[in-house]
Design a protein around this ligand. Structure first.
Ligand SMILES: [Ca+2]
Length: 358
């Protein structure tokens, strides 16, 4: 996501903008120094686009993107191309937030995932036929925590790339639902201080490029992974538990054409309190680009400092790519709460124990 040709890491990525925004200050990362251009509303050939403000080739091209529509009901499609790879367009989307106290009734104006599409029904402030939401206020809470208050509840969205904890005070409870795990996250090998290695591991790029038209298609998580030639050394991920509970842990590797040279016996061990509490041996030559369960519903405590360790018992290249961790406990467990922790770009719907007076 958010890469095209040599371009990556747009700041800001596709997101909501402040009310009334008709511009956005955009910075990209480029793999090689290059010139960039953009268009708003319509993808255009490179030579018909508007040049970036950065006039010289740069590895961090920057511009003020102008001409955005501030109508909160309109999504602005922004396309960016680079002189280094004019055929690849980076597609971003921006939308302005409504003013904080809009007149009402007005159409619900909700961005994002299923949680937000379903919450209005849960909270009961709507005419279900039209999805009108009355008397809504939108406030920024601390650092890019977005909050909407309703008569019967509130919605919080963490608009940052960090986990954040929000104090709510009295009077809120989680809604009840069995879909979402209490915690669910990926532990990658790259950019993760909790990933450690011993031995001669190498970090390599591994994955089909986004604009690549011919199969096979395969991806290491984040298009990178670590490899170890032979059986001397190991790698480990600190599980960085969000709290005590029972957890399922999965591992993945890419379905790369070279996977037949990889380990037939990759041993994944879960360690807690310095002891091996679970072990699973998997064949990395097969079934790549999938999550493979190492252990289900394993009770773990943060104080045990649990880690997953990988070592090679079968020759070939050992691959360390990413882990997926999720809990048996549910996110929406109906319990009263004074505080919530939100993963990056995640949100929650909370119920008011006592509805606000109308
Ligand atoms: Ca990876």
């Amino acid at each position: 996501m958010f890469t095209a040709g040599p371009l990556s890491d747009p700041q800001p990525p596709s997101t909501l903008l402040p009310a009334g925004a008709v511009t956005v200050d955009l910075t990209l990362r480029a793999a090689t120094p290059t010139l960039c251009r953009y268009s708003v509303g319509k993808d255009l050939p490179f030579d018909q686009m508007t040049p970036f403000d950065t006039a010289a080739p740069s590895v961090s091209p920057r511009t003020i993107v102008r001409g955005l529509d501030a109508d909160p009901g309109r999504v602005n499609d922004v396309y960016i191309r680079s002189a280094a790879a004019t055929s690849a367009a980076l597609h971003l989307q921006y939308r302005s937030l409504p003013a904080s106290k809009p007149g009402f009734p007005r159409t619900a104006n909700l961005w994002g995932s299923w949680r937000f599409l379903s919450f209005s029904r849960e909270l009961g402030d709507t005419d279900h036929g039209q999805d009108w939401i009355d008397d809504v206020s939108l406030k920024e809470h601390g650092e890019e925590i977005y909050r909407r208050d309703f008569h019967n509840g509130l919605v919080l969205l963490n608009g940052t790339r960090r986990r954040q904890t929000i104090d709510l005070g009295e009077g809120y409870a989680r809604i009840k639902g069995d879909q979402a795990p209490r915690c669910q996250y990926i532990l990658d090998d790259g950019g993760n201080p909790g990933f450690k290695t011993t031995g001669a591991w190498r970090e390599i790029p591994l994955g089909t490029k986004e604009w690549h038209a011919i199969p096979p298609y395969f991806h290491a998580w984040n298009n990178r992974c670590h490899t170890l030639d032979g059986d001397t050394g190991e790698a480990s991920w600190a599980l960085d538990l969000r709290g005590p509970g029972t957890h399922t842990i999965q591992a993945r590797w890419a379905a790369a054409p070279g996977a037949k040279e990889w380990s037939h016996q990759a041993v994944y061990e879960v360690m807690a309190g310095g002891m091996i509490v679970s072990s699973k041996t998997l064949d990395q030559t097969q079934n790549g680009d999938e999550w493979h369960t190492l252990v289900e519903r394993l009770k773990l405590e943060p104080g045990e400092q649990p880690v997953v360790r990988i070592r090679n018992a079968g020759g070939g290249l050992l691959i360390a790519d990413a882990l997926h961790v999720f809990s048996t406990e549910r996110y929406n467990d109906g319990k009263a709460t004074r505080q919530v922790s939100l993963e990056p770009m995640d949100g929650i719907v909370l119920r008011r124990v006592t509805p606000l007076p109308r």
